[in-house]
Design a binder for this molecule. Structure first.
Ligand code: BMA
Length: 311
């Protein structure tokens, strides 16, 4: 199908907002960052990869959501012991920040020789970060928490890995954020178009709107050999039963087209781990580009909801 030319997500003119030159270290890239608001500041938690392929999380702060200053040192984790080290010794990535009550929970992918599993840390002030626990066994990632309990239980979206690197979006529930169950698949790869025929995954933590939970997710299609192309889509989930999809985009809301999205350590990647809803209905979507840069684009709840029903 052909779609009229329309930027559902408008790229910020100053993109990329952060890149390898933003830190005083030799780094390979800044990957997909978690984003939230804390007091009067915008906060991003960056995955920074050093040239020896060690991963660190750095806090970056901004007054306006565009101009970020990266803290000089990576975060230190309080309470992370041997168990943490054992399952994170290859990579940590894709941090997603969800505020529940007064605490910010950060879920992220933990990579080791056992493959990838979901870990969680928490903070109340973006100064001190505490290790919580692993939330899954291996072969699962892209975990994003809902910001409140639904029918008495915490809820999350995630993406177990299927054979041949396919993957679908699942939902699970928990009484305490540690033990998870009642899992079910809510969306399959390829179900909403060829641009996501390889795999899909949750992106930013779901945003509550009067139309439903607004979830910005990623979909991947494959060019020749193993070249994956990462796009963003949007969907609306039922407020009372978020395993029900009310509407979903059949075409991407953002695809890699600019040089900084197409050319990086990875090619053709736009990948979100965080979006912020402003009081006037604007949605700032923070996204990683080419596994090298951090970018931001803006949309509105109205435009995203319209895209879910009509695009
Ligand atoms: C995914 C994640 C992301 C990354 C993307 C493209 O599997 O690892 O962190 O941006 O691949 O390489």
């Amino acid at each position: 199908m052909l779609y009229p030319k329309k930027d559902v997500v408008k790229r910020y003119k100053g993109n990329p907002i952060l890149g390898p030159d933003s830190l005083p270290y030799s780094i390979q890239g800044i990957y997909n960052s978690g984003a939230t608001k804390y007091k009067d500041k915008y906060i991003m938690l960056l995955r920074v990869e050093s040239i020896d392929i060690t991963n660190y999380f750095f806090v970056a702060e901004s007054r306006d959501g565009y101009d970020f200053k990266v803290k000089e040192k990576p975060i230190e984790l309080i309470g992370a012991g041997e168990e943490y080290a054992k399952y994170t010794n290859q990579m940590i990535y894709d941090p997603r920040i969800t505020k529940i009550g007064e605490t910010y929970y950060i879920t992220f992918a933990c990579h080791s020789s056992w493959s990838v599993r979901i870990g969680m840390i928490k903070t109340d002030d973006f100064e001190k970060f505490h290790w919580v626990d692993f939330l899954s066994e291996v072969d699962n990632r892209n975990c994003t928490l809902f910001p409140e309990k639904i029918n008495g239980l915490y809820a999350r979206l995630d993406r177990p890995i299927l054979p041949n690197d396919h993957g679908d979006i699942w939902i699970s529930y928990s009484p305490d954020l540690i033990y998870w169950g009642r899992s079910k698949c809510i969306m399959k790869h390829g179900e909403h178009g060829g641009w996501n025929w390889i795999k899909i995954g949750p992106g930013a933590p779901p945003i509550k709107t009067k139309h439903g939970w607004l979830e910005i997710w990623h979909g991947v299609h494959q060019m020749c050999k193993a070249q994956y192309v990462y796009h963003l889509g949007a969907m609306l989930l039922d407020l009372q039963d978020p395993s029900k999809i009310l509407a979903c985009t059949k075409a991407p809301i953002l695809s890699p087209v600019t040089d900084y999205e197409r050319i990086g350590i990875s090619y053709s990647v736009t990948f979100t781990s965080g979006a912020i809803l402003e009081d006037n209905g604007e949605v700032k979507i923070y996204y990683g580009a080419g596994d090298t840069y951090q970018c931001v684009g803006t949309s509105t709840v109205d435009d995203l909801v319209d895209a879910c029903y009509n695009r």
